[in-house]
Design a protein around this ligand. Structure first.
Ligand code: CTP
Length: 131
């Protein structure tokens, strides 16, 4: 039987337990997990600030997690469909903060929204360390 490829996307800056849990749960949905890590430029355009860790550092961190098989740089939010095709994805996993927003990809892959881990985010961590 052909293997099932799961794909997910994110910035994964200041890696925290919410990131680890979503990646572990995503990996359980298939045989192979591919992660698109937002480029520094994409992160800046989405969040209006530079990430704490550079894209090379974030790629190195995520690629060394045991649930992750392959990483690539996500250069643009508009390329989701191209990435799904390029990486042969069967399942697209997104956090439920994006619920419904990626249903336009459901002809290419099964779209699954996973609940976020409560009470933690990179933004909250940065604020906490600053204060
Ligand atoms: N995520 C999660 N639970 C959290 C935080 C993030 O499941 N508490 C998931 C997101 O839903 C996404 C992935 O982790 O699928 C990467 O999210 P990212 O935006 O990089 O992390 P955040 O902590 O949400 O970052 P920020 O505060 O900068 O938005």
């Amino acid at each position: 039987m052909a293997e099932t490829t799961v794909i997910t996307f994110g910035t994964f800056d200041v890696l925290h337990v919410g990131h680890i849990r979503v990646l572990n749960r995503a990996a359980e949905l298939g045989d192979r997990l591919v992660v698109g890590v937002s480029s520094d430029a994409l992160n800046f355009s989405k969040k209006g600030r530079n990430p704490v860790f550079s894209q090379d550092e974030r790629l190195e961190l995520v690629s060394n997690l045991k649930s992750v098989d392959q990483v690539f740089v996500e250069e643009s939010l508009e390329l989701k469909r191209d990435y799904l095709t390029q990486y042969d994805a069967d399942v697209l996993v997104m956090g439920d903060d994006w619920a419904g927003k990626f249903d336009f990809c459901s002809d290419l892959a099964k779209v699954v929204y996973l609940p976020r881990t409560p009470s933690i985010s990179t933004t909250a961590l940065i604020e906490h360390i600053r204060s």
